[in-house]
Design a protein. Structure first.
Length: 455
């Protein structure tokens, strides 16, 4: 009892003189925030080109801001249409409310964020619960370690914006694969910088270790939010976990200068984030796939609802809905480019998905797996053609799947009564363009093997 009373007295004393706390009585502590900003400038070697206003809000205020930002990016009803597209593809169940899922996940997890449009920082009061030991340690050190980590992370985004420009736009799910890869660069940099500020610096091996420590985050988030579709959870986690691992490759070889180089010349696919050697060691840039022969349908009353590149990560997440994680990773590996076009007319929805693969074996593996996916998604009807390269079905849920060499085309839905003829026109008029905008950044010494393990 005496020890408990003594501990209580310490806590009361600490709470009465917490001038180091970043948020006090609902307001930002300007002095504490300035100290974090100064540390970040020293560590990152980048100066702020303009002041960054910092505002403190409660959880309800943060959710309101996030909801407003979501509505900035999507027109009324657009998220529901996009959700229907990806539910039909198989990424999540048809009854998923995308807007609610986004807000439930981000609204409850966010502790702070930088708004590129308004160029301001928002800190959320009491967003991260602290146990008793953490409070004691912070009081003894007279440092708000949790707040410093959050503020340094988000201020790094402000530095990125001021020096390199942040790519802002639609939310993660449904956006182009290349944009998601850039977001992983942003979050990987900010996460490394946040820990560096708290620790007073970070050694190269510690950066790699941090990536390893974050690997248990997916399971923790799954337990905390079992009702959030895995595709949404995993897309968020990818930016931090895979992003830190990817950025650690550059940090090991050239420190923060290497990180800055990646911000100037980011990777172009989640494939490169998932397999860093495809950026740093042997460059593997994706094909730009353009789906042809869809204009006549637009002229005939179909509307273009969604067009995007899914990439290796999203294909892996799609496959995980139907297979175990190991097979899903194998199915998605070897991705070389893709384009999904979704068309709607009334209550009808049609998907045209053209994928390119590194080899015929990779394409054949995807073809086999997606045949199983289609049969699981679209039961009923009569098979009209089944072979090693073509699988088709008629009826209420028609589809046509064909592999030609290292390319696979899937047409789903009542786009036309003659899907084989439709597929033939798409094959003839689609194009593939190699992408090589710059040489990869070679940060490794000659003959030096990669130091970070592929994740």
């Amino acid at each position: 009892m005496i020890r408990r009373l003594a501990l209580l007295a310490i806590l009361l004393a600490l709470s009465g003189c917490a001038s180091y706390r970043l948020i006090r009585a609902g307001e930002v502590n300007g002095g504490a925030a300035a100290r974090v900003q100064a540390k970040l400038v020293t560590i990152r070697g980048l100066r702020f080109q303009a002041p960054v206003p910092i505002e403190a809000v409660d959880a309800a205020g943060a959710r309101a801001i996030l909801e407003r930002e979501l509505h900035r990016q999507f027109e009324p009803g657009e998220l529901a249409k996009v959700g229907r597209v990806y539910a039909t593809l198989g990424l999540f169940s048809p009854d998923t409310d995308l807007e609610r899922a986004f807000l439930d996940l981000y609204g409850q997890q966010v502790a702070g964020f930088y708004e590129p449009i308004d160029r301001r920082m928002v800190l959320v009061a009491n967003a991260v619960p602290e146990d008793l030991l953490t409070r004691i340690v912070q009081g003894v050190l007279r440092r708000d370690l949790t707040g410093e980590l959050v503020l340094a992370h988000e201020l790094t985004h402000a530095l990125q914006d001021q020096h390199f420009g942040l790519d802002v736009g639609r939310s993660n799910l449904g956006e182009d694969d290349a944009q998601l890869a850039r977001h992983a660069v942003y979050e990987g940099d900010a996460t490394l910088a946040g820990f560096a500020v708290v620790l007073g610096g970070i050694r190269p091996k510690a950066a790699v270790a941090l990536a390893g420590k974050l690997e248990n985050v997916p399971s923790q988030l799954a337990r905390a939010y079992p009702d959030i579709p895995a595709a949404i959870r995993e897309t968020l986690i990818f930016q931090y976990v895979a992003g830190v691992n990817f950025m650690s490759w550059a940090y090991q070889r050239a420190g923060w200068e290497g990180v800055n180089a990646l911000l100037s010349r980011p990777p172009l696919s989640t494939e490169q984030i998932l397999h860093p050697e495809k950026y740093f060691v042997r460059a593997d840039y994706p094909l730009t796939v353009r789906v042809g022969a869809t204009a006549p349908y637009l002229q005939a009353g179909w509307d273009l609802t969604e067009e995007s590149t899914l990439g290796e990560l999203t294909i892996r997440l799609l496959a995980e809905r139907f297979f175990d994680r190991q097979r899903a990773a194998t199915v998605a590996a070897g991705w070389d480019g893709d384009r999904l076009v979704a068309l709607t007319r009334g209550s009808n929805l049609a998907l045209v998905w053209l994928t390119a693969w590194d080899s015929e074996d990779d394409a054949s593996e995807f073809f086999t797996a997606y045949t199983e996916v289609l049969r699981a998604k679209r039961s009923g009807g009569n098979p009209t053609d089944t072979s090693a390269t073509v699988v088709a079905r008629t009826g209420d849920a028609p589809y046509y799947l064909e592999r030609r060499g290292s390319k696979v085309l899937a047409v789903e839905g009542p786009l036309d009564v003659d899907l084989p003829s439709t597929a033939e026109r798409i094959w003839r008029r689609s194009t593939y363009e190699a992408t090589m905008p710059w040489l990869p950044i070679d940060l490794a010494a000659e003959g030096q093997p990669p130091l970070a393990a592929e994740r």
